[in-house]
Design a protein around this ligand. Structure first.
Ligand code: G1P
Length: 289
């Protein structure tokens, strides 16, 4: 069984739910507490054993690449001023040379198309896919749990969580079959169904481990919901020849693509920090009162 070494991050989205901020700042670079959203997602991947980070970007997203580069002048200045804590913080997050790749989606044709743009960078091996709108908090990270299920099954793993049954039209929704190890067999999948047409309330929460055969299917995938090339539709076809396992994630998920989810993420992560919790609790109490 091939190890999952590479992760794809589709970061080309325009962030229209977050204007005017996203006119010039990529939504993935908006900060939750003191670091950009994309840092949390890359950390989750690294913690799960990922060695190479592939970003599918677009125009106006250049500072994502700069962010993951070594900032030589900054490091020099910090060193001259003896700021060792900051130097160590930056070092702990710095991807090693040669472990990041960037390509551009060029046209906003949907998630399926964005993933397809990474085909040559991924090559012929299974890969992780992490949608950076979603950031997560749990004891065992979502991707780590998925890698364990992949090591058990050797197939495709799609993470799901429970959503409000009235909100199925916002997500990809799966049908759940038999339990299989730590996961379950996926029996169906539909992108953004109306509640009446949804097979369950288990929504795809933005974390996937996929076999490279998905790329051939994406190349011929017809447009689906929203007139976009949908990854969900191609995964459903992948299910004709390979097994698809659901991983039921039980931790917290914050949708940073919407202002309310973003504010919630800021509060949750700030309250989760021992150094900030007391002040934040006081501030929230004062503002709410
Ligand atoms: C995408 C996927 C959808 C998934 C969602 C999670 O939709 O197509 O299946 O549930 O991400 O965020 P998008 O949010 O890009 O419309």
């Amino acid at each position: 069984m091939k190890k999952v070494r590479k992760a794809v991050f589709p970061v080309a989205g325009l962030g229209t739910r977050f204007l005017p901020a996203t006119k010039t700042v990529p939504k993935e670079m908006l900060t939750v507490v003191d670091r950009p959203v994309i840092q949390y997602v890359v950390d989750e991947a690294r913690e799960a054993g990922i060695e190479h980070f592939i970003f599918v970007t677009g125009r106006n997203k250049g500072n994502i690449e700069d962010y993951f580069d070594l900032q030589f002048e900054l490091n020099e200045t910090l060193a001259q001023r003896g700021k060792t804590a900051q130097i160590e913080l930056l070092q702990s997050m710095q991807p090693a040379a040669g472990t990041t790749s960037f390509t551009r989606q060029q046209e906003p044709l949907g998630l399926g198309h964005a993933v397809w743009c990474a085909r040559d960078l991924v090559g012929d091996e299974p890969f992780a896919l992490l949608l950076p709108d979603m950031i997560m908090r749990s004891n065992i990270s979502c991707m780590r749990g998925m890698v364990e299920l992949y090591e058990e099954t050797g197939s495709n793993v799609i993470a799901v969580a429970e959503c409000d049954p009235a909100e199925t039209h916002k997500y990809g929704i799966v049908g759940a079959g038999e339990k299989a190890g730590a996961g379950f067999e996926i029996t169906g999948m539909v992108e953004k169904p109306k509640p009446a047409d949804a097979p369950s309330n288990l929504y795809i929460n933005g974390r996937y481990i996929l076999q490279p055969e998905i790329f051939g299917l994406l190349a011929t995938q017809a447009r689906g919901a929203g007139n976009e090339i949908q990854l969900t539709d191609a995964m459903l076809r992948l299910g004709d020849t390979q097994r698809l396992f659901g991983y039921h994630y039980r931790g917290e998920t914050y949708d940073c693509g919407s202002p309310e989810g973003f504010v919630e993420a800021n509060l949750a992560f700030a309250l989760g920090r021992a150094d900030l919790r007391p002040q934040i609790e006081t501030i929230v109490r004062r503002l709410a009162g």
